[in-house]
Design a binder for this molecule. Structure first.
Ligand SMILES: Cc1cc2nc3c(=O)[nH]c(=O)nc-3n(C[C@H](O)[C@H](O)[C@H](O)COP(=O)(O)O)c2cc1C
Length: 378
């Protein structure tokens, strides 16, 4: 087996020491929605990743669909994130912030003035979940409320909100940002031709459905520079109640062309195989790559062997791993040394449960030390 996973990669001037990216993962640990010392510890423990992409970071109060997610829209949150980026850099790592707006996948209890969530249309996401408080005030997965369709002016304002959040992220020490246009959230809702039935310039044709994410990408690039901006998309994704639509392949290949014209720091394909969706059609990645020639990351069920194989195929530059990073803070080191990997416990993926299942997974060396101590006691 070749070992390209552990070779450095020059991503628009930022040198990544290896090609293993930590995929963005919401962990819902921030009780006050401000990153704290525990957040800093969690990310700095994982600084061995070539690049860390943070959990989804809400860009505004209305962009929230989950309780306990640390945002980037108050001074206190920005200050909290600057402690996180400092800790990651001190540990030798690099970190991008994933800028997130959930669109219609939210609940009035999370919204300013208990208003309806917003999206391209007023069609409710039924087969989806918002992590919010029920009528009795208990947190849990709740079906999102019926949304209100955004006005054209509000869409223009949202573009500026993203640019502002990107600036705040850079000021807080992030190495860049990833625009979250995947997994059935705001931008994916606009791109989806089965859902987006708008009659203004943000709905209808492929160009119109791509307009909002692309205007946002342009605004964020203008604010912080293309080499600091990545974008995550999930072509053919069905997560959060998105349906198939007629010109789906053509939509995504058109997107590839638009991304080629802009050449952001990277494009991150999120394959939803692990989220219950079908795999992207065979050959799709190849046709995407024929149009888009920039840095390409993919995520979705990779392990060391399949990651190496995908890099050897030559279409991908970087491999993102999610769940393996939850249970293995020293994932890259373990894979490189051929040590066994620990399994992540799903029960502790989310929730304000502190260090449990978050910062208490040991490195391989720590695990060995504990084992040896136990053996010498026995
Ligand atoms: C606990 C958890 C939280 C996640 N949160 C996010 C998120 O905030 N943003 C996002 O784009 N993807 C999110 N994902 C999807 C992952 O980034 C990744 O694409 C997915 O887990 C598949 O990769 P894996 O098989 O290596 O885990 C999450 C996945 C998990 C398991």
């Amino acid at each position: 087996m070749t070992h390209r996973l552990f070779e450095p990669y020059d991503m628009g001037g930022l040198t990544l020491p290896n090609r293993v990216v930590m995929a963005p993962m919401t962990r819902a640990r921030a009780e006050g929605e401000v990153p704290d010392a525990l957040t800093a510890r969690y990310y700095s423990q994982r600084a061995g990743a070539g690049l860390i992409i943070s959990e989804g970071v809400p860009i505004s109060r209305a962009g929230r669909g989950f309780l306990y997610t640390p945002g980037l829209f108050t001074a206190e949150q920005a200050e909290g994130w600057s402690r996180v980026t400092e800790a990651v850099h001190a540990a030798g790592g690099r970190i991008f912030a994933q800028l997130w707006h959930v669109g219609r996948v939210s609940h009035h209890s999370l919204q300013p003035e208990a208003a309806a969530p917003v999206g391209p249309t007023d069609e409710r996401a039924v087969n989806a979940g918002s992590f919010a408080r029920d009528a009795d005030g208990n947190p849990g997965m709740i079906t999102p409320d019926t949304p209100r369709a955004l006005t054209t002016d509000e869409i223009v304002d949202l573009v500026s909100d993203f640019a502002r959040a990107a600036r705040t992220a850079i000021d807080a020490g992030f190495d860049g940002v990833e625009i979250h246009a995947a997994n059935g959230y705001l931008f994916d809702q606009f791109i989806n031709g089965a859902l987006n039935d708008r009659e203004d310039q943000y709905g209808g044709s492929i160009a119109n459905r791509l307009r909002f994410p692309l205007e946002t990408l342009d605004a964020v690039i203008a604010e912080i520079g293309a080499d600091k901006v990545g974008i995550r998309i999930s072509p053919f994704g069905r997560f959060n109640d998105l349906a198939a639509f007629a010109d789906e392949g053509e939509t995504w290949v058109t997107m590839a062309g638009e991304l080629e014209a802009r050449r952001p720091a990277y494009v991150h394909l999120s394959d939803q195989l692990t989220l219950g969706a079908e795999k992207m059609p065979d050959g799709f990645a190849a046709s995407f790559c024929q149009t888009y020639g920039g840095t390409l990351i993919a995520a979705g069920g990779f392990d060391q062997a399949t990651g190496e194989a995908a890099l050897a195929d030559g279409e991908l530059d970087l491999i993102a791993m999610g769940r393996p990073f939850i249970a293995n803070p020293d994932l890259v080191e373990r894979m490189q040394a051929g040590h066994p990997l620990a399994e992540a416990n799903r029960e502790t993926f989310y929730g304000p449960i502190g260090a449990r299942g978050y910062t208490d997974y040991p490195t391989y060396a720590e695990q060995q030390a504990v084992q040896q101590a136990q053996e010498s006691e026995a």
